[in-house]
Design a protein around this ligand. Structure first.
Ligand code: ZN
Ligand code: ZN
Length: 331
C-alpha cells in the first residue's frame, strides 16, 4: 500500500517537474522569437507583378459542401493563379488511408495530381503534411498509396522530403520573403514558440491580383494574424485584398481531441495552458484584420471553433466567405 502511494507521489513529482521545465522553456522561447522578429527587416519587393485570375478550391478542411465530399481537421487547397496550379499543404489523412480524403476529393472534383505545377508547404505539422508519421519523419504524402506527381518544386519552411508514395518533387527551403513566380510569393517564415510543439516556423502564400491587391493564403496561422499583416505590409506596395485560411482560434472547442484534452488549444499558443487562447485573442485578431480592411475574409474551420467562426461572421458581414471543401472561391 505504502509502495503504491510512493509510486503515485513520485509520478506526480515527475509530471510537475516536466510541466515546470516546459513553462520555463516556453517563456524563454517566446522572448527569443520576439527578439528574432524585431531584428528582421525586409525591403519591399521592387518587382512583383500580378495575376489576372485567381481561384482557391479547398480540397481538405473541416467542413465540406456537396455529396461524398470528405472532411477532416487538416488543410489542402488547390490554388489556380492564371496558368499556375499550386497545391498548398497535403491534408491530415488521420486514418492513414488510400485513397486519402485529399485524393478522394481530388477524384470527386476532377483534379489530377499530374496537373499540379508547384507545392507549397506552410509548416511541418501533421494536419498539413498528410499525417503524424509524415510529420515526425519530415516528409509529406498525398495518400498512403502511389500518387503520380511531376518533378515540381516544393517550397517548404524547413527540410522535408516527398514520401515514398509520391516521389519526384524537389524541395526548396524558404526562410525569407521571396517571389516564386510573377505575382506569387512566400511572405517568408515567421517563427513562434508554441507550448507543446516548441519552435515552429510557418510561411504563408501571397498572390497579387491585378487591380485588387494581395490575397494572403494561410495554413494554421501560428505566426498570428498581427505578424502576418505586419510582414505583408513590410514587403508589398499593394494593399491586402483578402485573407483566407487558418488563424488558429480553437476557443470554446477544437477539432482534435485526445480524451477530454483540446489538443489544438494546447498546441497552438505560446502561453502556458492556464492562460491558453481566449476570447481576447479572437477579438484582437478580428481588430487587426479590420485594420487591414480586406474585401474578403474566409476563416478555415480546421483549427478554429464554431464559436470563433461565428465571431468572424458577425464582424465581417458580407465580406465573410464560408470556407468549405469543394466550394471554389474566385477572387
Ligand atoms: Zn493546421
Ligand atoms: Zn499547425
Amino acid at each position: 500500500m505504502k509502495k503504491a502511494l510512493y509510486g503515485i507521489l513520485g509520478l506526480l513529482v515527475v509530471i510537475l517537474v516536466v510541466f515546470a521545465v516546459k513553462v520555463v522553456q516556453v517563456e524563454r522561447g517566446r522572448d527569443r522569437v520576439q527578439d528574432e522578429i524585431k531584428s528582421k527587416f525586409f525591403p519591399k519587393f521592387s518587382t512583383f507583378d500580378s495575376v489576372k485570375k485567381l481561384s482557391i478550391l479547398p480540397l481538405v478542411d473541416y467542413y465540406g459542401e456537396g455529396k461524398d465530399i470528405r472532411t477532416e481537421p487538416g488543410v489542402s487547397y488547390l490554388i489556380k493563379a492564371d496558368d499556375t496550379v499550386i497545391l498548398m499543404d497535403t491534408g491530415y489523412n488521420e486514418k492513414k488511408e488510400h485513397p486519402s480524403p485529399l485524393i478522394a476529393n481530388m477524384q470527386k472534383l476532377g483534379i489530377r495530381p499530374e496537373d499540379i505545377d508547384m507545392i507549397f508547404i506552410t509548416h511541418l505539422h501533421p494536419d498539413h503534411l498528410g499525417g503524424t508519421d509524415e510529420s515526425s519523419d519530415h516528409n509529406f504524402s498525398l495518400s498512403r498509396g502511389p500518387v503520380k506527381l511531376n518533378p515540381v518544386t516544393v517550397y517548404a519552411p524547413a527540410d522535408v522530403s516527398p514520401s515514398k508514395w509520391n516521389p519526384g518533387p524537389k524541395i526548396e527551403v524558404i526562410k525569407e520573403p521571396r517571389v516564386l513566380k510573377p505575382g506569387i510569393a512566400s511572405i517568408g517564415v515567421i517563427p513562434r514558440y508554441l507550448f507543446l510543439a516548441g519552435y515552429t516556423e510557418e510561411q504563408s502564400l501571397a498572390i497579387n491580383v491585378q487591380g485588387k491587391g494581395i490575397v494572403l493564403i494561410i495554413g494554421c496561422g501560428h505566426q498570428t494574424i498581427e505578424r502576418i499583416v505586419e510582414q505583408a505590409r513590410m514587403i508589398f506596395h499593394e494593399p491586402i485584398y483578402a485573407v483566407i485560411g487558418g488563424l488558429h482560434f480553437p476557443v470554446y472547442g477544437g477539432r482534435i481531441f485526445v480524451g477530454p484534452v483540446n489538443v489544438q488549444w494546447l498546441v497552438g499558443s505560446d502561453n502556458p495552458p492556464w492562460k491558453g487562447l481566449g476570447e481576447d485573442d479572437v477579438r484582437k485578431g478580428i481588430e487587426v484584420l479590420q485594420g487591414a480592411n480586406p474585401a474578403v475574409v474566409s476563416l478555415s474551420p480546421h483549427d478554429s471553433s464554431d464559436w470563433s467562426l461565428e465571431q468572424f461572421r458577425k464582424s465581417f458581414g458580407n465580406k465573410f466567405v464560408e470556407l468549405k471543401v469543394g466550394r471554389e472561391m474566385t477572387l
